[in-house]
Design a binder for this molecule. Structure first.
Ligand code: SF4
Length: 92
């Protein structure tokens, strides 16, 4: 059985709270484009298609990280779970 670990950053570096310990604000300040905004539904769908195309016996761990990942909003995560469940049903 394979195990896959994914880190998903759905809100890019949009956070502006400027916590003292935040590494991401500093790093994103040095980029040509500071933030690429929220992950689009199309990108989310493509990611889910890739995840659900993995071997059925594999374990998939998904960690959402930021910046502050909740900036993308609850509907993004609700849609993510729903879409994962729908795709998994179709692949069985
Ligand atoms: S991304 Fe997290 S650690 Fe960084 S400023 Fe925002 S809340 Fe603070």
């Amino acid at each position: 059985m394979m195990q896959y670990n994914f880190m998903v950053k759905p809100a890019s570096s949009a956070c502006d709270l400027k916590c003292k310990y935040c590494f991401y604000d500093d790093i994103s300040d040095r980029r040509e484009v500071k933030t690429h905004g929220n992950m689009s539904e199309l990108t989310r769908t493509k990611l889910i298609e890739r995840l659900t195309s993995l071997d059925d016996n594999s374990v998939i761990n998904i960690a959402f990280q930021g910046g502050e990942q909740t900036l993308v909003g609850l509907p993004f995560f609700e849609g993510f779970v729903l879409e994962m469940e729908e795709k998994k049903k179709k692949t069985k």
